[in-house]
Write a protein that binds this ligand. Structure first.
Ligand SMILES: Cc1cc2nc3c(=O)[nH]c(=O)nc-3n(C[C@H](O)[C@H](O)[C@H](O)COP(=O)(O)OP(=O)(O)OC[C@H]3O[C@@H](n4cnc5c(N)ncnc54)[C@H](O)[C@@H]3O)c2cc1C
Length: 436
């Protein structure tokens, strides 16, 4: 008998799961809240060229993504290009991320530089989650690398991603990041090549959607699933005023979105498991400029007076010529939606950000700005506290037929396209095994 399955969410996790299930002969329908597929890999256009609303690149360790790209005929479109990283600290820009730049990085005194280098090397060579699970990154780094390293380097980096929960983040998360990043670098530790899909990562989303169409998968866009409920051997989805019953449903939104859709009918113990799982939102301003702002692709801001934490100058990585000569700069901030900046209008945000651009480059002038765009994603980065392995939301929910696969289950790796591809494929495999 052909299995019928609904997938809620047309991000990479949902699209990959739909693809694998449809390949296995299942009848699949995908329901997505937004008018376009891709989730966080949302795209818009600059100078006639597609661009990510939220900056994206690949690490060489992102093998699941690369394999899928190859399967879809997109392997040759991935370019591995050098990237330059910097840090804004104590009122100026510094090169960062290579041994030579560490030697010249004056904000860290010499003993702190040595401890930073030794602890980074140590983290790159340890492959033991249990060693890092019980402790926060703040405690581990301060104990082994010192307070100066925490306050100057790692603390600001974690604040960029986790806002005021930075000091509650597990060392397991930071360890895995450093460990995998080490594998993405050349053996000398000098420089790093990052991967970009020529024409933007939306191409892989489009390729998946094309395959789904050919396999007969129905993709319902602009279709938020407002309600999920058990209904006589099925799960009932309420989408606007319509109801759909499916024996199997895979939900790929956040734990909070699942709680909202399924409501109080879920058993209390399961609700108590999901309720504490937090995630930061992403607020991204993309500027199209006439001139370059900084010499870096990736600039971390280690200065808590700044209203944004990362400056990603995309065209220091991918040539501006592709975008009609426009320089593209993302100003990135992760925050909780309770933070005032989340609710600001685009103009208010610009008034807040603008003076800080002159601190990065004193020559910056309003006449450089050709256009600016603001993008928001309410669930962008799960917060990972110590012993997260015990808090991971389960794949199977208490309702027979309802399953959950989302970013909050990616651990100890940081969420990313690679892990969404892996999660989507793993979800399909588990569904196929459980419902042969
Ligand atoms: C600022 C930023 C920078 C990033 N940089 C990188 C990077 O450099 N490299 C990299 O690999 N990754 C990066 N990522 C992460 C990457 O985009 C994500 O890990 C990946 O796209 C997650 O895919 P997903 O399908 O799990 O989740 P999502 O993309 O969030 O998809 C979930 C989908 O479910 C839908 N949904 C939820 N609830 C409902 C409902 N009730 N009804 C209907 N639809 C629903 C949502 O609308 C969404 O489309 C970045 C993300 C952000 C925000």
């Amino acid at each position: 008998m052909t299995q019928r399955c609904a997938i809620v969410g047309a991000g990479l996790t949902g699209l990959v799961a739909a693809y694998r299930l449809a390949q296995a002969g299942w009848q699949v329908e995908v329901f997505e809240r937004w008018p376009a597929p891709g989730g966080l890999v949302a795209m818009f256009e600059v100078g006639g060229e597609p661009l990510e609303c939220f900056y994206h690149h690949l690490f060489t360790t992102d093998t699941d993504y690369v394999e899928l790209a190859e399967e879809l005929g997109l392997g040759p479109t991935i370019e591995w290009l050098p990237s330059r990283m910097g840090m804004y600290c104590r009122g100026r820009l510094w090169d960062f991320g290579t041994p030579a730049s560490l030697l010249r990085f004056r904000p860290l005194p010499w003993p702190a530089k040595v401890r930073f280098a030794l602890t980074t090397l140590y983290l790159r060579h340890r492959d033991n989650l249990a060693e890092f699970e019980r402790v926060t990154a703040a405690d581990w780094i301060q104990r082994w690398a010192g307070t100066a390293v925490w306050e100057t380097v790692w603390g600001p980096l974690l604040e960029q991603k986790f806002a005021d929960r930075a000091s509650a983040v597990s060392m397991a998360w930071l360890w895995r990041k450093v460990y995998l990043r080490g594998r993405s670098r050349s053996p000398s530790g000098m420089g790093e090549r990052l991967g970009y899909m020529r024409g933007g990562f939306g191409r892989l989303v489009d390729a998946l959607v094309g395959r789904l169409e050919r396999l007969g998968v129905a993709l319902h866009l602009a279709s938020p699933v407002r309600r999920l409920a058990p209904a006589a051997g099925a799960i009932r989805l309420t989408v606007r005023r319509q109801e759909f019953d499916f024996p199997l449903v895979l939900f790929t939104g956040s734990p909070e979105e699942l709680l909202q859709a399924a409501g109080p009918a879920l058993p209390d113990n399961y609700r108590q498991l999901l309720a504490p799982l937090e995630g930061t939102a992403a607020l991204c301003m993309v500027m199209e400029l006439t001139r370059s702002l900084t010499p870096y692709y990736w600039l971390n801001i280690a200065d808590s007076t700044f209203p944004f934490g990362g400056v990603i100058e995309h065209t220091n990585y991918i040539s501006a010529q592709r975008y009609g000569g426009r320089v593209i700069v993302y100003l990135s901030k992760y925050l909780f939606p309770s933070a005032p900046a989340w609710a600001m209008r685009d103009g208010e945000l610009w008034a807040l950000y603008r003076p800080f651009l002159q601190r990065l480059n004193p020559a910056f002038d309003d006449s450089w700005v050709l256009a600016r765009h603001v993008f928001r994603a309410a669930y962008a980065q799960p917060v990972v506290p110590p012993m997260y392995s015990r808090a991971l939301p389960p794949f199977a929910t208490p309702w027979p037929g309802l399953y959950h696969s989302c970013m909050a289950q990616i651990y100890p790796e940081d969420r990313g396209q690679n892990y969404a591809v892996r999660a989507g494929a793993a979800a399909a495999e588990r569904l196929l095994a459980a419902h042969p």
